[in-house]
Design a protein around this ligand. Structure first.
Ligand SMILES: Cc1ncc(C[n+]2csc(CCOP(=O)(O)OP(=O)(O)O)c2C)c(N)n1
Length: 334
């Protein structure tokens, strides 16, 4: 399908909407850049996988979802969590390992979780959350809820057995599931051509009789349009849909990656498609959005990140006597 966005009407609603999208992408970008700095200062430890370059996918898709819909993600999930509205301070505190973190400091960067936002992780096992997402969508269907479950995963996960089991059952059981494959071309150091016999990933959905869509994941407005159409289709049919978003990560796989598997020139070429300046340019052309207005977004983002870091730094470490709590299930009162 053609998801090319036509120039919007220059009404205030559109300016506000696009400004919000631009703000969200910039928040994710700066949050991650700051996280990388904090990591090099050993204030954040463990693993850290940055989403820089892929912001348009999380922000675009999230526009199509309501608060009743559920979201599952991978270990590269700061962007999804922020776009979903998980509090930046609680995310930062989680990465610091503090009790005030959204997973009580037990999960770290890879296991952000906020049930109040129906944000069900942050999962470290590649493909491991796909069967969970099918189960959640099945539960919603059985309970007669109108909600859609949205599951983000990389193209590396689409080479896993769990992906195929999940696709088969989702299609067989007709569950309201939006599968968002973020194809950033690399699974750690493995280029897609070395791990997929069929690199047109949408064909894997067709093989299971599933509706599919492909979108330019570097264009937030195209992602938003595609995601809205996808979610409408799922709500109408009750069936799953595979949306492949072609994107790119500008930074290394994680903080431990010398990036020997790709040329610097390739990275530079993709940076020309950076979704943030692209939307800024579009807004300038369409609405005369000014440099000063962009600076306003930048200041708001800086303040929010500063507040998040302050919150994390003031947080409490887990007392030693608490360490065995939540190892086995227990009723949570808060
Ligand atoms: C089952 C499993 N196998 C291997 C790993 C190690 N691993 C971590 S990330 C990764 C690459 C996954 O790439 P992709 O799904 O494309 O996501 P991306 O990192 O590109 O967002 C691998 C192989 C793992 N975490 N889980």
């Amino acid at each position: 399908m053609d998801t090319t966005l036509k120039a919007g009407t220059a009404g205030q609603d559109n300016v506000d909407h696009y400004t919000n999208i631009l703000y969200q992408m910039q928040l994710i970008r700066r949050f991650e850049e700051r996280s990388a700095e904090l990591y090099t200062q050993s204030l954040i430890r463990g693993f850290l996988h940055l989403y820089v370059g892929e912001e348009a996918v999380a922000v675009g898709v999230m526009q199509a979802l309501t608060g009743e819909d559920s979201i599952l993600s991978t270990y590269r999930e700061h962007g999804h969590a922020l776009a979903r509205g998980v509090d930046a301070g609680r995310i930062m505190a989680e990465m610091y390992g503090k009790q005030e973190g959204c997973s009580r400091g037990r999960g770290g960067s890879m296991h952000l979780f906020d049930a109040s936002k129906k944000f069900y992780g942050g999962n470290a096992i590649v493909g491991g959350h796909l069967p969970m997402a099918v189960g959640m969508a099945l539960a919603a269907k059985k309970q007669g809820k109108a909600s859609v479950t949205c599951c983000f995963f990389g193209e590396g996960a689409a080479a896993e057995g769990e992906f195929h089991e999940a696709m088969n059952l989702a299609a067989l059981w007709s569950v309201p599931l939006l599968l968002v494959c973020e194809n950033n071309l690399y699974a750690m150091g493995t280029a897609i051509r070395f791990s997929h016999s069929e690199t047109h990933l949408e064909k894997k959905g067709e093989g299971y009789g599933m509706a599919t869509m492909v979108v330019d994941g570097m264009d937030v407005l195209k992602v938003e349009a595609a995601a809205k159409q996808a979610v409408d289709t799922i709500r109408q049919t009750g069936k799953p849909l595979l949306l492949v978003a072609n994107t790119y990560r500008f930074r290394a796989h994680s903080m431990f990656d010398a990036e020997l598997y790709r040329e610097k020139t390739e990275v530079e070429e993709w940076k020309q498609k950076d979704p943030i300046p692209a939307l800024y340019r579009y807004m300038k052309e369409q609405f005369g959005f000014s440099e000063a207005a962009f600076q306003g977004i930048e200041s708001k983002v800086e303040e929010e990140i500063k507040a998040a870091i302050d919150f994390a730094e003031k947080g409490k470490w887990e007392p030693v006597e608490e360490l065995t709590r939540f190892v086995h299930s227990e009723t949570q009162t808060n």
